[in-house]
Design a protein around this ligand. Sequence first.
Ligand code: ADP
Ligand code: MG
Length: 620
Amino acid sequence: MITILPDEVANHIAAGEVIERPASVVKELVENSLDAAANQIDIEIGMGGKAYIRIIDNGHGMSPEDARIAFERHATSKITSTADLASIETLGFRGEALPSIASVAKVKLLTRPADAVAGTRIDIHGGNVIHVGESGAAPGTFIEVNDLFYKTPARLKFLKSPATEVGYINAVITDEALAHADVGFSTKHNGREQLHLPAKSDLLQRIAGLFGRDLARDLIEVHERAADFELRGFIGLPTCHRANRNYQKVFINQRPVKDKTISHAILQTYDTLIAKRRYAVALLFLSLPPELVDVNVHPTKMEIRFVNSQSIHHFITSSLRKTLGSALNASVTTSAPSSAQQEPSSQSVQPPSSSLLQPKFPTLSSPIPPPSPESFSASDTQWPESPPDMPSGRFPPQRFSRTPEIAKVPSFPTSHLHIQPLPSNRGRFATMKPIGQFRETYILVQDGDDLCIIDQHAAHERIYYEKLKQQFSQSGIDIQQLLFPVSLELSHREQVALEEYLPQLNTYGLEIEHFGGTTYLLKAVPALLAKADHKKLLYDIIDRLIETEETTDLDHIFDAVLILMACHGAIRAHQPLQQSQILALLQQMDATEYPYTCPHGRPTFIKLSERDLEKTFGRA
Ligand code: ADP
Ligand code: MG
């Protein structure tokens, strides 16, 4: 016998999908407040949300009739037909949240539209209406959710400690607060104020409020547009990275989402700029016509589906590359001021005491350990701070705005430079004057008033990496047949790994043949690598293939192969160079897209200005 489920049961099932934990309640209620055009949302949590969750907004409130209907299943004011589903602009639309929450907790609602004389109060416990009536209420809506899951001990048991649940709640609030910088948010846990984010913030202010000013300082603004798409937000300089992806957030039409296409685009953009297992900071907002994205894929609406994910991927990578490219160009330039391109405000003088977003560096008196390339990041820059008498114009003063001068905030290795945008990097290195080589490892060159120290291996690696990549994507990698093939004896494991990728390696210029038994012959290599140690190169590549056994991302694997090739082909440290070789290297640096880091993400050069030296020697 088939029966239609009573609403109470249906709500319970829906609650199972939508309301997983206190954080889901917060998400649904905050989104309702946002849909109600609130510009102040206060959130109060008790015991990680297990005791109570209160959301107080100053939105448009509900009439007595609407308040009553709001708890009915599929009651929504946001869509009326299937056609509306194609162009959803509100955060909610299913009409499931309120009935679901009310079916698994004790809910108290107080609501009043600003123009109504009286408000409405509704109490619902476990889906049963306990009380409905007129009540005094502030304009807007107050919802209190008590004793979540009180009727379902099994689900209650599944919840984690209050601290963990608060963590989930904060993650939700962070997303919503980022997506709605204009809305004020405050949070309290067990009566203690936690967050206080003022309304009418701009995005960078909001980011600073949530993640701290140190992070905000290392961000570059993104604003790109293509036919249907618009991308806004902030991304980190390559020197600004984190150990996990928590600082990568993506919003589509203001809705926080988890999306593989965009995550991959971010990964790819920074791939060779940031060390392995470190993650770029990226807070991105993509706007596109609602019909090009399906938000109705997942009950909690975290996952979405693009109509054309390939074009999104392309748009994101090209936008990020462009932004990053011009920011890096802007930050590594000579001291010659190009005032026309700089906003006057960014040259205003800031007293040293105003530490608002001032870059933090060790002081001059602190020991200066050699920069450790492995641990390179903006926050552990090992570079002496300029003394306090330094004209602060050298570090562009920060202010909260969306204007691009934030983009010019330097970060090591460029932090001691005058930050002026240059139209292009082309020809810059070629104009530098070689001084010589230090320990046959570093090239010293004069760049205007600056002393530039180039890591010859890192720089050459960058050059080779880009050359190989370019050849590969255009006509194919130029190869050179080896006069004497190199023979390799492989273990079983190595053999398996090599066999799997043999055809691909061939397209990367490595001609390898099975000779018999466990012996393989390397017969040709990329021409750029003619002088490398081929045996070592191949063993390194096979090691890498074994390491990436779990990975299915071929692009990633073969990028690693390219990086290895570049590394093997590049001039080494402790290798003497002729003047002509130094000049050639400088010229080739100009031909690269990102001369600033090697493909492993380490810096290729650092600079000291004449002024830095004068200060160090006490001349200034
Ligand atoms: P949905 O958000 O999917 O429409 P909900 O169950 O979350 O469904 O809410 C049902 C309805 O109740 C909403 O469509 C809205 O009209 C009303 N509502 C809910 N919360 C608020 C609020 N904070 N302020 C004003 N109206 C609200
Ligand atoms: Mg809703």
